[in-house]
Design a protein around this ligand. Sequence first.
Ligand code: SAM
Length: 342
Amino acid sequence: MLDIRDFLKINHISLSRFINYCLYKKDQGFYQKNSIGTHFITSPEVSQLFGECIAIFFLLILKKYKISSFCELGPGNGTLMKDLIIILKKFIKDSMSFYLYEKSIFLKNLQMNNLSNFNTTSCEINFLDRPKFKKEPIFFFCNEFFDALPINQFEKVNNSWFEKRVTYSKRYKIINVKTFEKFNKNYKNGDIIETSPLSQLYLIKILKHIKQYGGGFLIFDYGPFSKSNINTLQALHNSKKCDILDFPFQSDITYHVNFKDLTSIANKLGLISYGPITQKDFLFFHGINERVLNIISQTSSTEKVESLNKQFERLTSPSGMGGLIKCIYISREKIDSKVFKL
Ligand SMILES: C[S@@+](CC[C@H](N)C(=O)[O-])C[C@H]1O[C@@H](n2cnc3c(N)ncnc32)[C@H](O)[C@@H]1O
């Protein structure tokens, strides 16, 4: 079979195709062989406190609306889903359904292992092969899903637009190729636009489902309140930032999500968007502080207290995950949550 490097010696491909290849190539892609936590850590892997606060958020909405289905996109190791189910089962006695939509076969198997003990007749766990959802209200949620989807980049140079594409000559290289894509005239020379066709596809599919059947979509991702026109693409290899071409197949590739794009798509479809707010604000409002104090009051182990304090710090620190990760919620119905400012 032709090696991609041979193909790229005489061709070039879009960044999104290259990223998709690096992350999901059968048996070799980064997500086809690495569990979450090996090269980078995510909030659910830092602490169960994250999933517990999300459960409280949904429980507050459930006081007013009856929804019994939950669907996670890009569930990684399955940890967030597990933490959520544990709390929801304590408060909800009716039967519930949980859906997981995952692209990586390796991670899907991990999720099946981690969640198999929770699957009962009143707590149904389903693994979806395609993003096709039951015709009923569903709470969709995801953590670091959109920032893991492939993107394309376009740069304005000397008043012309170029697409960044990947080629190979002794090593992978990114080159500018003239494009006929049209962008707003207000952009300056040097501006870089990042687009994610796959993000739009997923988002619109889910939002149309919410518009028709109800429910909502809770999204956590890395990104600023207002995104500038710069290159935000980066890779992580052994917890260190690197260029995406440094360790293809051995590094996670991410970019900064443009929350304004997500909320404006929601608003165009006639849905209500809440946020963005920081992860710290979300977690504080949903009781992370009280929960930590409560667990501490029940333990005599100094190691456990220390570890809990570290987890709390990591999830909420304004210069780390607490401030860099933002959260939005999109729904058809109004919610009373005071933490989101409309
Ligand atoms: C950065 S990881 C986050 C994992 C998990 N949510 C967490 O917080 O630990 C991104 C996740 O999205 C999944 N993913 C990426 N692209 C996907 C796609 N097109 N469809 C479904 N899942 C996808 C990855 O395989 C992985 O599980």
